[in-house]
Design a protein around this ligand. Structure first.
Ligand SMILES: Cc1cc2nc3c(=O)[nH]c(=O)nc-3n(C[C@H](O)[C@H](O)[C@H](O)COP(=O)(O)OP(=O)(O)OC[C@H]3O[C@@H](n4cnc5c(N)ncnc54)[C@H](O)[C@@H]3O)c2cc1C
Length: 277
């Protein structure tokens, strides 16, 4: 692990061979009105690995009327080889919320927001259903010396934020700001770390249209030395958070992870796309 240094990211990235898996739906639970927890099982999970709370993997959904999605083989680089005679499934990125290597069960929390193959599938799937996946291809392993965390996100980032809160050890300080539709979308987490969790309610506003996260970051006057900040959610809503952290609060860029998890009005937003200032 690197010594803490504001010029270097306080995490190590480990990579692993991608693998395509068939996932069997074991349980479906509505955590809150707009968050559905799906627990997957199946033999293909015997070697599933997820070491970082912001790991992500791609889930393939069956097309309407299909029981199981067609799955690809891995091709060169990040490419897939698809059977020529079968329709290709839709796919989206998700966070492994929890993986139990003993029961080999994988939990994923899906935001049910309306249109979109991921949202529609999660809203209607039943135990016994099928999906597919590829990844996670990499994990960020935080230096254990980091003791100050600042987290910002909306519902799409809540699986990662919740997982991080649950996994961080005692002695670590976490301040998290999470934008949700309202009080009935709040979740509870068990934590060993000292956690200060602020729920920001949209109170009827559309997701991706408020400045709640921007207001929240402006309420912070100073950062403790060596604070790691993690920001994810709707691409435009999180831009002012980055600006304030790097500008007014002087956060070193290497200590910020900033990812647009989705973009309003754009289906299947590519989170690798640059989000300009
Ligand atoms: C690394 C990473 C990890 C992620 N982890 C999770 C996760 O664990 N759980 C999760 O639910 N999402 C997660 N997301 C976000 C998810 O990939 C996107 O929200 C995705 O667009 C959902 O696909 P869809 O088929 O439901 O909607 P799409 O077909 O992609 O979009 C259809 C319409 O819905 C809008 N839309 C998309 N997402 C949302 C949303 N969350 N709220 C409101 N409107 C939306 C789009 O702007 C578009 O207008 C993650 C994204 C990334 C990049």
């Amino acid at each position: 692990m690197p010594q803490l240094n504001s010029a270097e990211a306080p995490f190590e990235v480990i990579t692993r061979q991608a693998k395509v898996r068939r996932l069997e739906v074991r349980r479906v639970e509505r955590l809150t009105p707009h968050m559905v927890r799906v627990t997957f099982g199946g033999d293909d999970l015997h070697d599933f690995e997820t070491q970082g709370p912001d790991d992500d993997f791609r889930i393939f959904f069956p097309l309407p009327g299909q029981e199981r999605p067609t799955l690809p083989q891995l091709g060169e680089g990040r490419g897939f080889i698809w059977p020529e005679d079968a329709p290709r499934p839709q796919n989206r990125e998700y966070t492994p919320r929890r993986f139990d290597p003993v029961s080999r069960e994988l939990t994923v929390d899906f935001v049910v927001h309306g249109d979109g193959p991921g949202s529609v599938w999660a809203d209607t799937v039943q135990p016994g259903g099928y999906a597919g996946s590829v990844g996670p291809r990499r994990s960020r392993i935080m230096s254990p010396e980091v003791t100050e965390y600042l987290l910002f996100g909306d519902e799409s980032a809540l699986p990662s934020i919740g997982r991080r809160i649950e996994e961080l050890p005692a002695g670590v300080n976490v301040r998290a700001f999470v934008e949700v539709a309202g009080a009935d979308e709040e979740q509870q987490f068990e934590a060993r770390a000292n956690v200060e969790l602020h729920w920001l309610h949209r109170d009827g506003a559309e997701p991706g249209t408020t400045d709640l996260l921007a207001q929240a970051v402006r309420s912070i006057e100073t950062l403790a030395p060596y604070t790691f900040a993690w920001v994810a959610g709707e691409a435009n809503s999180i831009r002012p958070v980055r600006r304030h952290l790097l500008g007014e609060l002087g956060l070193p860029p290497a200590w910020l992870r900033f990812t647009g998890y989705w973009k309003r009005t754009i289906p299947n937003w590519d989170h690798h796309e640059e989000i300009p200032e």
